[in-house]
Design a protein around this ligand. Structure first.
Ligand code: TXA
Ligand code: MG
Length: 308
């Protein structure tokens, strides 16, 4: 961890596990290092990045005018799968925020991520910018092997990938805009609406405002090469992902059978990758119904399916 932290501070990239998905990390105060993230991901440069810190004590470095309800959320759900969008401090420059006056900050809950962030801060680092470690528009990696498949060929000899096993949550953090009078969910995740409302005592504001650039809110995102179809019965030769209680029709290639919604989130991205590894042209997914993390699963699937 000390070596990886020093490598970050030297301006190199370090991909690392978090509880949600693997991130592609760079020193969030180093514009040249951050520029390499965009290069490796092939991502448009006006899309903002999340800054990862080791604890909420550091939040004041990156954000100003933090509302009371955001502090409540941080106390209740950090470290954890939640990103808060706040008014930025001077430290959060345009190359992090995409030129917006807000910054996204997260304290991840993964033993490797926390050790790396602590080691980085111990040598003077302020925070680690880390988008999901995939090429732009592709499926986020939830294992180190998936990171290698996604971006291995674009990394340099001094960049690193830390293997911390499979991610426990499996879908990206809940992003909450905390710049208004009440929280607004920009991207659903494991921290669900009901949890946010119970924590803050506020009703969440309506979700979608197009003026904020959230690349994960584009249609046709999180997409494998295979065409994803929802709300269909799979036919011979198609891949199939559904809860274990749903049977596989004859001739259909079952890719995953999660037992509940949490497991569904955890295995979703690796199951979609599996469709590509097996060279399948089409994959049918029966979406989980209900609230909680099922909302995040349906959100990602609707983008992966892009209307199909
Ligand atoms: O779980 C996660 O959040 C993972 C792990 C690695 O922490 N990270 C992640 O980063 O999903 P990324 O860059 O793939 O997605 C972050 C999303 C992007 O869609 C970005 O536009 C949005 O967060 N975002 C970042 N800062 C923002 C801001 N200031 N205002 C609005 N959206 C922001
Ligand atoms: Mg992403």
């Amino acid at each position: 961890m000390k070596a990886a932290a020093a490598n970050l501070l030297a301006g190199n990239l370090v991909a690392f596990p978090t509880e949600t998905v693997y991130g592609l990390g760079a020193d969030a105060t180093n514009s040249a290092a951050v520029a390499r993230i965009y290069e490796v991901k092939g991502r448009p440069e006006d899309h903002p990045l999340i800054v990862h810190i080791s604890s909420m004590q550091r939040l004041g470095d990156w954000a100003d005018n933090i509302p009371e309800y955001a502090i409540k959320l941080a106390r209740d759900f950090w470290p954890g799968p939640m990103t808060l969008v706040l008014k930025r401090s001077e430290l959060a420059q345009d190359f992090i925020t995409g030129g917006q006056n807000t910054v996204g900050v997260r304290v991840p809950n993964h033993v490797v991520a926390r050790a790396l962030l602590e080691a980085f801060e111990n040598i003077g680092g302020k925070g680690v910018a880390a988008p999901s470690a995939n090429r732009f528009g592709q499926v986020s990696p939830t294992t180190a092997a998936a990171v290698v498949d996604e971006i291995g060929e674009y990394l340099g000899s001094t960049d690193q990938i830390i293997d911390g096993g499979a991610c426990a949550v499996g879908v990206e953090s809940t992003i909450i805009d905390c710049t208004g009078d009440a929280p607004r969910i920009l991207r659903p995740g494991a921290i669900a609406t009901s949890m946010i409302e119970a924590s803050t005592g506020h009703d969440c504001l309506d979700a979608h405002i197009k003026s904020i650039r959230v690349s994960g809110s584009l249609d046709n995102h999180y997409a494998p090469a295979a065409k994803v179809f929802l709300c269909e019965i799979p036919t011979v030769g198609q891949g199939f992902i559904a809860l274990a209680s749903i049977e596989t029709p004859p001739g259909v290639i079952r890719l995953a059978s999660p037992r509940d919604d949490n497991e569904f989130a955890q295995i979703l991205y690796s199951a979609l990758r599996q469709a590509d590894i097996q060279g399948l042209a089409e994959v049918v997914v029966t979406q989980p119904i209900g609230i909680g993390i099922a909302v995040a699963i349906r959100d990602r699937l609707s983008r992966a399916a892009n209307g199909r």
